[in-house]
Design a protein around this ligand. Structure first.
Ligand code: AMP
Ligand code: ZN
Length: 110
């Protein structure tokens, strides 16, 4: 756990954030400032700064994040209509919180 990292605090239950899903390795919660009718964040408990910092040892968590995103899309009823999965990488890529997270966005009216 990284000192002063908001998503470390949230992922370890040290904030009042409600989880839509949790297991030993990751948590899922709603984005506080949604950019879509459904906007969730899939966040590993381990502190990894960004996609740039992934190592071979992180293959498991990154694939699990995508599998959980697929399951959460189904749970939130956006599988059929469709959704976006997004990693912002570093400041130039729009990353504001430097703890790895996958955005799941969907639910727009077609
Ligand atoms: P990024 O720009 O990829 O780093 O995305 C960070 C996201 O975290 C933004 O969409 C924020 O709205 C969201 N966010 C920031 N603080 C919180 C929080 N306390 N709870 C939930 N989402 C948050
Ligand atoms: Zn962190």
């Amino acid at each position: 756990m990284e000192k002063d990292c908001l998503f470390c605090k949230i992922a370890h239950g040290e904030a009042s954030t409600e989880f839509l899903y949790e297991n030993e390795r990751l948590v899922v919660f709603k984005d506080i400032k949604p950019h879509a009718p459904i906007h969730l964040l899939i966040v590993p408990k381990e502190h990894i700064r960004s996609i740039n910092d992934l190592t071979e040892a992180n293959r498991g968590i990154i694939s699990e994040m995508i599998m959980i995103a697929k399951e959460m899309a189904k749970k939130m009823s956006v599988s059929e209509s469709g959704y976006k999965l997004l990693f912002n990488v570093e400041s130039g890529g729009g990353q504001a919180i430097f703890h790895l997270h996958l955005h799941l966005m969907g639910g727009w009216k077609r």
